[in-house]
Structures are given as structure tokens and as C-alpha cells.
Design a protein around this ligand. Structure first.
Ligand code: 3HC
Ligand code: NAI
Length: 706
């Protein structure tokens, strides 16, 4: 009998002739070099070992296998490759079984597909999500999955990246059986023993007949190609996935594998893969703020929301959706009824789309209560203030909160720009005050800036991060300054866009160039959607403190003075005839721009789309670097996550800081210095960029150090 033996990452144990290989590589049993090496060696040795009748692969801990080790990508490859390991599994003359619990994703599912039989427990999550990382399944997944479950279902899995549960996996034919208990080892052994007793052969997925109906397979591939070309928005890997499945249909299995490998390596080399994996890892890094390491969150079982306007209502919905009760405070009964109506409207929208039942709406709203008296907030654990953006109003609200809230209640403000340090200092418990800056619509947008004032207690910050998790938001820690991370950087690249507009580019060209870069909308479309009046009010508030030497473009003011606030008024930068959602160019706006250029003494010049993007991105990167330099953002990756989740930054570019490294910081600095020749006040290189360029370092190098 083979002795119980332990490689570092693959444990071996023989149970009644079945060699159990337990992949044990925390946290998710990713298929790093040592796992690959030990797995293949164990399979090959088992083939020679007379005591072994069959092999069972399971995962230790909470998952089967989470996939290839994505931290290895971009480094020197180490043998054996994952396709080698999968081929060795499939080639085994002794039956190989996979028993799946938790995640079997990407390479993890490919290992299972290379096994001869599969059982999944009820909690299993199977999928080929490589597309979300800019890749394709590169360990035989594009060849085996279509043979096992047909081209159409395999393409759907690979192009959506979605996870399927055990039941759907069984229905698709991805697994052969669902285990009834939660004991993966016992289920796997019983499954293997039953099949061995029935003399089940080593059945190879490469021989499965899912592509036998060639006409249907070809139609599925062509449909997927057409759909993907339309929808993949400049993404590289989706069409490669379609190509790989076509190879599965047209080539012998081994040639198909070779083709898959070539396509996989192309994806691996693409900057999109680097951007998407950066986004994946950054998203997991942002939640690790220093306060979450040193303090325990307070318990939050109930939430108060002050203000039932756009934000207050959205925040209330986000909290209700997390299963918590909400107490809403408004100025008077009319405003309270309006706040309640805003909340109901969200759920009515879901009902209309068939995504919620009336009963579910009622059950959710049963957790909502409203009052015009602050005393109703006495028992709540956390309050989020979302009243008008005026310091006097906020001060009055916080004085009331100080009076009525129980000791230990967290007092949060959703202010966009105001000084939270001053707000905190105005009450008797500044340690309980934190910024929770939601984005509109607050029940949908994932970003939550957790703004950390000077006097706040660490456990209040930890509570904010904990709440974000409950609300399924992505929290980013930000320091106090005008606009925190996101809006502060936005103000700068918006100004760069305004400068270009005044200098000769039309807002329509700028928006188009920005969309082509893969933002969902350009800055002028965003302004029309959000309402031009909001920015106008901010500009008026700041007029007195504006640097007189700084360039100020007045075009937006001229448009707002006409009452053209965007979609809600039927026109802004664009025309929206009859309530249309998509705008059309407006010659009158172009005339206003011409007049403003003349007033400012500017002779318009042409811009290429490339120059527009260079300026737009340089402004964003430079201010992002300032935000890091001043400690407003902990690391460059915090800026990236802010822009990915709050501002529509194209995920495959990883965020503005990652993009800066991709372009090369030296090049970005050269651009800034070139633009500074025209406007040295606006284009002042961030000291952080200058320093990094001098040292030949990247922004990414700062992500590790915080
Ligand atoms: N490689 C390396 N590290 C990974 C990883 C992977 N494939 N998947 C997750 N991790 C790390 C995370 O970065 C995180 O690290 P940290 O603790 O240092 O922050 C840790 O594992 C835990 O991750 P989560 O917080 O996401 O844990 P959850 O329990 O919430 O989720 C999971 C587990 C569902 C497995 C989720 O991590 C996940 O979706 N992982 C990625 C799955 C994936 O995309 N696999 C395909 C990889 S590409 C591939 O396989 C190519 C092949 O075809 C050749
Ligand atoms: P809004 O004008 O839609 O709503 C404000 C609500 O507060 C109104 O319903 C008003 O009746 C109520 N209110 C005013 N004074 C009050 C008081 N003393 N007590 C109780 N209720 C009172 O404003 P909006 O857009 O919801 O903004 C609220 C806050 O959220 C502001 O600080 C704003 O800067 C911030 N914010 C706004 C975003 C947006 O996109 N609208 C995004 C992120 C933050």
C-alpha cells in the first residue's frame, strides 16, 4: 500500500484501492507550480502502483480548485504547464474521479473535465471565468467543454464567465451526479467505489460526442461570433474563445489543444489581461484598510437615514436590500412621503421588470419606518446623513444627531465635498463621525468612499468597511479633502476636457474619443445625465475662492444660464427631443462655444482623438498621483478601484494608475511637461510622478508598500 504521504500542496492517501489526492494550497487551492508538479507526479506514479485501482481528486478547505494561480501570470512560466497536467490526468489508464465542493473555476474546472467522472456537492460553483481576466480557458477547457456539453452551452459558459450551481451543472452534463451530503471525501469515495464496482472504464472527455451535430455546433459558433463582435467592446479574449471552440469543431483533439495554447498565450501577453487581473486583485486589496486590521467593527443591526432625496432614498434601498431596518428622517410630512415614494419607485421598477414580487416588496418595506422627529433615531446603530450640500444644514443635523443618538452610534455623512473634519469637530463625539460617500444611484453603484476624518476611532472605520460588505459595495478608504479621491480627480480631468472644448474640440468629438477609449460615456454626456445644475451650483459656490490665475472656461455657465441642464430639461450639451435618452448634437451649443472662444480670444484648432485621450488621461493620472502623494488615497490601487467602480473606467485598462504604468510614467510626464508650456498653472507635474520617473519606478511599486 502507498503510505500516507504529503507533498506540500497535494496530499496523498490510499483508501481501499482509491488514491485520494487532496489539493491543499490555501486560500483557494490555486494551481501554482508546486500543485501542478505534485499532481502530475502523483497521477503518473499511481499509474505504476499496483495498489492503486483508481484516483480521486478533491480540494482541501472550502473549495475544489479556484483556478490557475493568477499571480504567476506575467512571470516566467514553470513546468509542467496546466495543460500537461490535465493531459496526464485524462491519459491515466486507471479511472480518475473528481469530487467538487465550493469553487471549481477556470483551471479548476479544467482539471475536473480532464478527470473521467465528476460528482458535485450542493454548494459547488462551476465555471470558466477566464474571460473576466482577459483570458480563455487554456488547459483544454475550450476543447473538452464543447465535447462534453455541446458548443452552445460551452460558449455561453466561457463568454459570460458565469458560475453554475450543482443542479445546472448536472443538467448541462458537466457533472455526472450530485452528492447529497456536505462530506466531499465520503461522497467522492462512494461515487468512485460504485463506478469501480460497475467496472466503469477510464472514460475520456476528449472522446465525448457533444460536437457530433456539426450543423448545430457550427450555427452556435457563428451566432456567438456575431454576438461577440457586436458586444465585446474592444475586448480581446472573447473572440479568441470563439476561435478556440471553432478549432474544437474542426481539428483533431490534439491539434485543437495546440491551437488553444497559442490563443491562450496571445491573451496572456495582452495588456488587457494585465489590466483585468490588476482589477481583480486590487478589488480584494482595497478592503484591507489599516483600521480593519487593528479594530473590530461595531455591531450594526439598524440604520437611520437623514434626507429622503436622490441619495437618501437610494441609500435606504441599499440598506433595506441588505436585510437591515431603516428609519428615514425628513424635514416635514410632505418631504417624508416623497422620500418613501422614492424608495417605493425603485421596487415598483423591479416589479414591472418581473424581478420582484409584490409580497417581497411589502416584506422589504415593512423594515422601513419614517419620522419627522429626530428622536426616532435614538435606538439606531448607525445614521447616514444625506441632506442638502450646505454646511449650515449639515451642522444643524449633526447637532440633532449628537442630541438623540445613543452612545456608540456611528454618525456618517454622505457629503460630496464638505469638510468632514469640521463637521466632526462641531459635536461632542467626533470619534464617531465618518464619511460614507455613496454614488448615484446609491442602490446600484458599487463604489463607497469611506472618508476618514482626523479624529475618527479605528473601530468606526472598521464598521464602515463591514457595512460596505453587508451592502455589497466596494469600499475605498479616502482622506478628507475637497472631493476626496473620485470627485477631486474628476474636477481636474473635467477641466482638461473643458479646456480642449474651448481650444477647438467639440464636446461631441471629446465624448466620442472617450467612449472609444471604452468609457461607457464621455464627460459631457455624464454632465447631461447628472444634471448640469449640480456642477453649476458648485462652481458658483467656489467662485469667490477660485485662483484668479487658473483658467476658467465659461461655456458650461452659458449653457446653464439658458436652463439647459441636460436630459431632465430636454437639452444640455446635447438635444434630447421627446425625452430621448440618447442625445443628438446641438448646433446652438456649437454656436455658444464659438462665441465663448471669440470672447476668450482663442483661435480654435483641430485635435486628434489621440491627443484628446493623452490630455484627458494625463490630467486624470496627474491628479490621481497627487491624491496618493498627499495620502488621500492609501495606494495607487485605491485610485484605480475608485475609478473602476464609481466613474466607469474601462476595467480591462485596470484603472488610471495601472494605465499610467502601461503607457509608461516617463511618457505621461513628458506629455504633462509639453502641455505645461501652454498652461503652466494647470499642468503642474505631480511630485510623485517626477520622483518615480527619476527613480525609474512604477506606480505599481507603491501598491505593495502600504
Ligand atoms: N490565483 C491566485 N490567487 C487567487 C485566485 C487565483 N486563481 N483566486 C483567488 N485568489 C486569492 C485572492 O486574491 C485572495 O487573496 P488575498 O487573501 O491575499 O486577498 C484570496 O485568494 C481569497 O479570494 P477571495 O477573497 O476572492 O475569496 P472568496 O472565498 O470570496 O472566493 C473564489 C473564492 C470564488 C475562488 C474567488 O477567489 C475567485 O473567483 N477566484 C478567481 C477564479 C478564477 O477566475 N479562476 C480562473 C483563473 S485563470 C485560469 O484558471 C486559467 C486557466 O484556464 C489556464
Ligand atoms: P436632494 O436635494 O435630492 O435631497 C436632500 C434631501 O434632504 C431633501 O429631500 C430634503 O428635504 C432633505 N433635507 C434637507 N434638510 C433636511 C433636514 N434638516 N432634515 C432632514 N432632511 C432634510 O439631494 P441629494 O442629491 O440626495 O444629495 C444629498 C447629499 O448627498 C448631499 O450632501 C450631496 O452632496 C450628496 N451626494 C449627492 C450625490 C448625487 O449624485 N446627487 C452623490 C453623492 C453624494
Amino acid at each position: 500500500m502507498t503510505p500516507e504521504s504529503s507533498g506540500d500542496s497535494v496530499k496523498q492517501a490510499l483508501r481501499d484501492g482509491i488514491l485520494v489526492l487532496t489539493v491543499d494550497n490555501p486560500p483557494v487551492n490555486a494551481l501554482g507550480a508546486s500543485v501542478r508538479h505534485e499532481l502530475r507526479a502523483a497521477i503518473e506514479a499511481a499509474g505504476r502502483d499496483r495498489a492503486v485501482d483508481a484516483i480521486l481528486i478533491v480540494g482541501a478547505g472550502r473549495n475544489f480548485i479556484g483556478g490557475a494561480d493568477i499571480r504567476e501570470f506575467g512571470k516566467l512560466p514553470q513546468l509542467p504547464t496546466l495543460p500537461d497536467v490535465c493531459n496526464a490526468i485524462e491519459a491515466s489508464r486507471k479511472p480518475v474521479f473528481a469530487a467538487i465542493h465550493g469553487a471549481a473555476l477556470g483551471g479548476g474546472l479544467e482539471v475536473a473535465l480532464a478527470a473521467h467522472y465528476r460528482i458535485a456537492l450542493g454548494n459547488a460553483k462551476l465555471g470558466l471565468p477566464e474571460v473576466t481576466l482577459g483570458l480563455l480557458p487554456g488547459a483544454g477547457g475550450t476543447q473538452r467543454a464543447p465535447r462534453l456539453i455541446g458548443a452552445k452551452a460551452a460558449l455561453d459558459l466561457m463568454l459570460s464567465g458565469r458560475h453554475v450551481g450543482a443542479k445546472e451543472a448536472l443538467a448541462l452534463g458537466l457533472v455526472d451526479k450530485i452528492g447529497e451530503t456536505v462530506d466531499v471525501l465520503a461522497e467522492g469515495l462512494a461515487f468512485a467505489q460504485a463506478l469501480l464496482a460497475a467496472r466503469a472504464p477510464a472514460r475520456k472527455t476528449r472522446d465525448a460526442d457533444g460536437l457530433a451535430d456539426r450543423t448545430a455546433s457550427r450555427a452556435a459558433i457563428e451566432a456567438a461570433r456575431a454576438e461577440t463582435s457586436k458586444k465585446s467592446h474592444g475586448l480581446f479574449s472573447p473572440l479568441k474563445i470563439v476561435d478556440a471552440v471553432q478549432a474544437a469543431l474542426e481539428l483533431p483533439f490534439d491539434d485543437g489543444l495546440r491551437h488553444e495554447r497559442q490563443l491562450f498565450l496571445q491573451c496572456l501577453d495582452s495588456p488587457q489581461r494585465a489590466g483585468l487581473i490588476h482589477a481583480f486583485l486590487a478589488e480584494r486589496e482595497v478592503v484591507k484598510a489599516p483600521e480593519t486590521r487593528k479594530a473590530k467593527p461595531r455591531t450594526i443591526a439598524s440604520v437611520g437615514v437623514v434626507g429622503g432625496g436622490t441619495m437618501g432614498a437610494g441609500i435606504a434601498v441599499a440598506v433595506l436590500d441588505a436585510g437591515l431596518p431603516v428609519t428615514m428622517i425628513e424635514r416635514d410630512e410632505v418631504a417624508l412621503a416623497r422620500g418613501r415614494a422614492h424608495v417605493e419607485k425603485v421596487y415598483d421598477g423591479l416589479i414591472a421588470k418581473g424581478r420582484m414580487t409584490r409580497e417581497a416588496k411589502e416584506a422589504t418595506l415593512a423594515r422601513w419606518s419614517g419620522s419627522t422627529a429626530y428622536d426616532a433615531l435614538g435606538p439606531v446603530d448607525l445614521v447616514i446623513e444625506a441632506v442638502f450640500e450646505e454646511m449650515t444644514v449639515k451642522h444643524a443635523v449633526f447637532a440633532e444627531l449628537d442630541r438623540v443618538c445613543k452612545p456608540g452610534a456611528v454618525l456618517a455623512t454622505n457629503t460630496s465635498y464638505l469638510d468632514i473634519d469640521a463637521l466632526a469637530a462641531s459635536i461632542s463625539r467626533p470619534g464617531d463621525v465618518v464619511g460614507l460617500h455613496f454614488f448615484s444611484p446609491a442602490n446600484i453603484m458599487k463604489l463607497l468612499e469611506v472618508v476618514v476624518p482626523a479624529q475618527v476611532s479605528a473601530d468606526v472605520v472598521a464598521t464602515a468597511f463591514d457595512l460596505a460588505k453587508k451592502l455589497r459595495k466596494v469600499p475605498v478608504r479616502a482622506g478628507v479633502c475637497d472631493g476626496f479621491i473620485g470627485n477631486r480627480v474628476l474636477a481636474i480631468y473635467r477641466a482638461a476636457a473643458d479646456h480642449m472644448m474651448e481650444d477647438g474640440a467639440s464636446p461631441y468629438q471629446i465624448d466620442r474619443a472617450v467612449r472609444e477609449f471604452a468609457f461607457p460615456m464621455g464627460p459631457f454626456q455624464v454632465s447631461d445625465l447628472a444634471g448640469g445644475d449640480i456642477g453649476w451650483a458648485t462652481r458658483k459656490r467656489r467662485a469667490a475662492t477660485r485662483d484668479p490665475k487658473a483658467r476658467y472656461v465659461q461655456i458650461a455657465d452659458r449653457i446653464c444660464e439658458r436652463g439647459w441642464f441636460g436630459q431632465k430639461t430636454g437639452r444640455g450639451y446635447y438635444l434630447y427631443p421627446d425625452g430621448a435618452r440618447a442625445g443628438t448634437a446641438d448646433p446652438e451649443v456649437e454656436a455658444i462655444i464659438d462665441a465663448e472662444r471669440e470672447r476668450a480670444g482663442i483661435t480654435p484648432r483641430a485635435f486628434t482623438d489621440d491627443e484628446i485621450i493623452r490630455r484627458y488621461m494625463a490630467a486624470m493620472i496627474n491628479e490621481g498621483a497627487n491624491v496618493v502623494h498627499q495620502g488621500i488615497a492609501l495606494r495607487p490601487l485605491d485610485v484605480d478601484v475608485t475609478f473602476l467602480y464609481g466613474y466607469g473606467f474601462p476595467r480591462h485598462r485596470g484603472g488610471p494608475m495601472k494605465y499610467a504604468d502601461t503607457v509608461g510614467l516617463a511618457k505621461v510626464l513628458a506629455d504633462i511637461r509639453e502641455f505645461a508650456q501652454e498652461d503652466p498653472v494647470f499642468w503642474q507635474p505631480s511630485p510623485l510622478i517626477v520622483d518615480l520617473v527619476e527613480r525609474g519606478a512604477t506606480l505599481a511599486s507603491l501598491n505593495q508598500s502600504a
